[in-house]
Design a binder for this molecule. Structure first.
Ligand SMILES: C[S@@+](CC[C@H](N)C(=O)[O-])C[C@H]1O[C@@H](n2cnc3c(N)ncnc32)[C@H](O)[C@@H]1O
Length: 245
């Protein structure tokens, strides 16, 4: 996939993965209270819609990490507009190799990004960063039925062969050193307002654009969107809330 074309398609979308403000706040509400003056990370933050919600709700410093500098630029601009620059710091870095003191983090947040490391592997890599009783909330694409239609299974076997189900991911989290507090699916209707609907509109806007690789990127996005439209119950994002064990 041509990365320039992919980023052209995705630039300036509200979110870069399925999610909603409601789901972010509900998952935050499912966590136990944080200690006074907590320190939080948002890993694979993208343009950081959820980072700003967390900063506003928690009122604590959040270090937002992403490999793609333009997303961090978007987040910094949004934080300035929202008057939250004093709470949101950004770092262009690999979330699997963070130069952060062990035992220094109270909350690790990550929406739709841990799959880049693998769910269990990501949780293992992040575990040493947490303080005692530290918390993680990571959302992950997850099978919601044991018998997905063949078409869906074939698509995701190719696109994300590591996808697990809720029970398997909870076991993986326990193996990685966590206690599972909560696992709640994002309703499929909430994929649309901040992600699939604006992405679909972007596909329409750029349909005639001759940029190399763009037609392939648009076709891939449309195929993924079409799959969820037809099979909204077979798979979904699940918000896993975990506590360091
Ligand atoms: C699907 S997007 C989700 C972004 C954001 N959390 C959201 O929900 O809008 C995944 C993000 O992870 C970032 N990413 C992928 N691999 C990464 C890595 N190893 N370290 C840091 N960020 C990474 C991508 O640049 C992208 O912004």
């Amino acid at each position: 996939m041509n990365l320039d074309a992919l980023f052209r398609l995705h630039r300036d979308l509200p979110r870069q993965g399925p999610g909603s403000d409601r789901a972010t706040l509900e998952a935050l509400g499912a966590l136990p209270p944080l200690p006074p003056s907590p320190f939080g990370l948002d890993l694979g933050c993208g343009p950081g819609k959820q980072t700003l919600l967390l900063a506003r709700r928690l009122g604590c410093p959040i270090l937002a990490v992403d490999l793609h500098r333009p997303f961090l630029d978007e987040l910094e601009s949004r934080a300035r507009d929202a008057g939250l620059s004093h709470l949101v710091q950004t770092r262009c870095a690999d979330m699997g190799r963070l130069d952060i003191a062990p035992g220094s983090v109270d909350l690790i947040w990550s929406e739709g990004a841990i799959y880049n490391l693998g769910f269990e592997q990501g949780l293992r890599l992040w575990r040493p960063l947490l303080r005692e009783n530290g918390l993680v909330m990571a959302s992950e694409l997850t099978w919601l039925t044991p018998t997905p239609p063949d078409e869906v299974e074939t698509f995701w076997q190719q696109a994300y062969p590591g996808m697990g189900d809720i029970a398997g991911n909870c076991e993986a989290a326990e193996r990685a050193g966590y206690r599972v507090l909560d696992a709640r699916p994002l309703p499929s209707a909430e994929w649309w307002p901040d992600y699939y609907a604006p992405l679909e509109e972007r596909c329409r806007m750029l349909a005639e654009d001759p940029m190399p690789g763009l037609a392939d990127a648009i076709a891939a996005a449309r195929a993924e969107i079409d799959l969820l439209r037809r099979f909204p119950d077979a798979y979904g994002y699940v918000y896993y809330s975990l506590k360091a064990a």
